[in-house]
Design a binder for this molecule. Structure first.
Ligand code: HEM
Length: 463
């Protein structure tokens, strides 16, 4: 029988025993990455994991990734893990499903059209220039910078300006940033918790969370109201979403939907990109041969100028560095779905109601698909090599109808940040620290990633 051909008696997938009532949840919560990698290697393409009274199936064959996310996606819905973000995000694109999601996606898609994204290049370049100016003080004082914090700050600035043009003062940007951080910390704490106190119970954490949500609501609703009153089209995401109507009924989004989508885009649109960039700096500092190739390409293409959109096509190697970073450290490291009906994956039965776990971190490092899987080798993303691989062994942005709506934007942003920083500096990791991944909602490094700035010689010409 061929792969994925339904069988009348599909087998029960292999997997470990777990503890009574808890299954493998404690192991998964303690060391998620190591545990999932180990499971896939020990048991194969489909692993049955007891999860308390329910069960989950870890899948790592690219045909199965395609079946769940693309060809048979209607047989699955987003799993309960996504629901844990609902108190913060509401019913935005990341947390919604079915017809509601589809309608929202249709209305939002034009805002992420290629030409729209290209129109953000100038704003991105200007924001990165300001960051580099700010870094000069740290350079002069030879002070290390926390690259995770720096990358978070630049991606926050860029997403805020994408959504609301330049019309936000620093205090508002900071207030939203802080409130979202608190909201996200709560969601992350709930992500792995076996016991979650309902919002109505006034634990200190719940109270902090509700305060944060009130702050976000006040600011975001205020911005929407102000824009409605002025009626001005600023060409930013807020104006686009306010004007968007659905082709089937001609209606636009309600105030609540607008709020949910804006908060979703804010969160999804900066955290993942900042984490990817931080890992890129880390990897480049460890692989000086790759870093030197990046420098050579940037110097040759840009000749000391600031980049334009047209340059990005020529900065091929920089693009490959971003892709290879997303392979080794995929910020969205775990996707999950719930089966709505029985399915068969790699010959194994997936019963309705079970969770299916798709872990890009596991598949991206699988020795069956990647030679020297732990090596950092951006040449894997040369076009001939990409062509030769199964399309679904690499899915940092997901795939199918739920494919990341911001993938083009984030790749462009990452390429611009890398090129403009490399043009001016070499970044070295401070030696007395261990950089390890800390998988939460995204695959962040644990704690700060301190790096020192070294002005490149001869200094790049300022434009
Ligand atoms: C390196 C950066 C990024 C990574 C790795 C990433 C990853 C992903 C992944 C894996 C999904 C699919 C989730 C699933 O199928 O369950 C997704 C969906 C999504 N992403 Fe991204 N993302 C990135 C940047 C962005 C940016 C910049 C934005 C917005 C400006 C964004 C907005 C979204 C939204 C709204 C969805 C939900 C799409 C839908 O279901 O219709 N992401 N992202």
């Amino acid at each position: 029988m061929t792969q994925n051909t339904p069988s009348p008696h599909p087998a029960l997938a292999p997997g470990p025993w777990g503890l009574p009532f808890l299954g493998v949840l404690p192991k998964l919560a303690r060391e998620p990455l190591g545990f999932l990698v180990h499971m896939a290697h020990q048991y194969g393409d489909v692993v049955r994991l007891p999860f308390g009274r329910s069960e989950a199936y870890l899948i790592s064959h690219p045909d199965d990734v395609r079946q769940v996310l693309v060809t048979n996606y209607r047989s699955y819905k987003r799993s309960e893990l996504y629901d844990k973000m609902k108190p913060l995000l509401g019913e935005g694109l990341i947390t919604s499903d079915g017809d509601f999601w589809q309608r929202q996606r249709r209305m939002m898609q034009p805002a992420f059209h290629k030409q729209r994204v290209i129109s953000f290049t100038g704003m991105m370049v200007e924001s990165i220039q300001r960051m580099l100016e700010r870094w000069e003080k740290a350079e002069q004082r030879a002070e290390p910078l926390d690259m995770l914090a720096e990358m978070m700050r630049i991606t926050q600035t860029i997403i805020t300006r994408t959504m609301f043009s330049a019309g936000l003062d620093e205090a508002t940007v900071d207030a939203v940033g802080q409130a979202v951080t608190v909201g996200q910390a709560t969601a992350e704490q709930r992500f792995w918790s076996l016991v979650v106190f309902p919002d109505a119970i006034p634990t200190p954490q719940n109270r902090r969370f509700q305060r944060a949500v009130r702050t976000i609501d006040r600011i975001v609703h205020g911005l929407i109201d102000e824009r409605r009153r002025s009626g001005e089209d600023k060409g930013d995401l807020l104006s686009m979403l306010l004007a968007a109507t659905d082709e089937t009924d001609g209606k636009g989004m309600t105030q609540r939907q607008l709020r949910d989508e804006l908060v979703t885009i804010y969160l999804a649109g900066h955290e993942t990109t900042s984490v990817a960039l931080t890992w890129a700096w880390y990897l480049l500092s460890l692989h000086t041969d790759v870093a030197r190739k990046v420098q050579a390409e940037v110097d040759e293409v840009l000749q000391g100028r600031v980049p334009t959109y047209e340059d990005l096509e020529k900065l091929r190697y920089v693009h490959q560095v971003v892709e290879e970073t997303l392979r080794l450290y995929p910020p969205a490291w775990l996707l999950s779905r719930t089966a709505l009906q029985d399915d068969v994956l790699s010959g194994y039965r997936i019963p309705a109601g079970a969770a299916v776990l798709l872990c890009p971190y596991v598949v991206h490092r699988h020795p069956r698909y990647w030679e020297n899987p732990l090596g950092f080798d951006p040449d894997r993303f040369q076009p001939q090599q990409v062509e030769a691989r199964h399309r679904h062994v690499y899915f940092p942005f997901g795939t199918g109808p739920h494919l990341c709506i911001g993938n083009r934007m984030s790749l462009m942003e990452a390429q611009l940040v890398l090129a403009m920083v490399v043009q001016r500096y070499r970044l070295d990791l401070v030696v007395d620290q261990r950089v390890v991944p800390h998988p939460q909602i995204s695959l962040k490094p644990e704690g700060a990633v301190r790096m020192t700035l070294h002005r490149r010689s001869p200094p790049a010409r300022a434009s």
